[in-house]
Design a protein around this ligand. Structure first.
Ligand code: GDP
Length: 181
């Protein structure tokens, strides 16, 4: 079945977003404690596709060695998984473009892995600030990519952006071809 991965810096709102998408509180564990998701979790949706909850990047509180080990593991997963249709890169809509997010997108581009952007926590500030940060991020990506990926703005607090993200997944699922092995 097709898979859609969700990844972002710790505390970006990944668990909250996943719970919003599947209407199930507590499915993906939300936490104030950064670095809690230590494993790759799969959630089967409508018996049709999988959400892949990837551990976040950019934890400050774990050792360098264990961080690097995880990075390697996540990158290996992303590059080898044939049924992976799209990686959703979650970005905190409150912030200016962050180097770590930009670099991760560049890496996906280099590896030719399809990805989309989800700007989270849009309820936390006015739409003008959100739009400014989204535009700045896209501009940064524009230095590297000819085509800017699909972009979504969400709020798990208000339930915004859910239909757009699910609609996108439904569309991509239509083109899913079962990998040969
Ligand atoms: P994760 O570490 O990326 O899985 O992030 P969480 O989903 O656990 O969220 C981190 C913190 O941000 C929690 O305190 C959430 O309640 C809060 N949060 C997540 N999404 C939103 C949102 O859309 N709006 C607001 N206001 N807060 C959010």
């Amino acid at each position: 079945l097709p898979e859609y991965a969700f990844i972002g810096r710790s505390n970006v709102g990944k668990s909250s977003l996943i719970n919003m998408l599947v209407n199930q509180h507590g499915l993906a564990k939300t936490s104030q404690r950064p670095g809690k998701t230590q494993l790759i979790n799969h959630f089967l949706i409508n018996e049709a596709w999988y959400i892949v909850d990837l551990p976040g990047y950019g934890y400050a509180k774990v050792s360098k060695t264990s961080r690097e080990k995880w990075e390697k593991f996540i990158r290996a997963y992303i590059t080898k998984r044939e049924s992976l249709q799209c990686v959703f890169v979650l970005i905190d809509s409150r912030l200016d473009p962050q180097q770590i997010d930009i670099e991760f997108c560049y890496w996906l581009g280099e590896k030719q892995i399809p990805f989309s952007l989800i700007f989270t926590k849009a309820d936390k500030q006015g739409m003008t600030t959100t739009q400014k940060n989204v535009a700045a991020f896209k501009k940064k990506l524009g230095e590297f990519f000819e085509e800017i990926p699909a972009t979504f703005i969400t709020s798990a607090e208000k339930g915004n952006g859910k239909d757009e993200v699910l609609g996108f997944i439904t569309e991509v699922n239509k083109d899913f071809v079962v990998p040969t092995d």
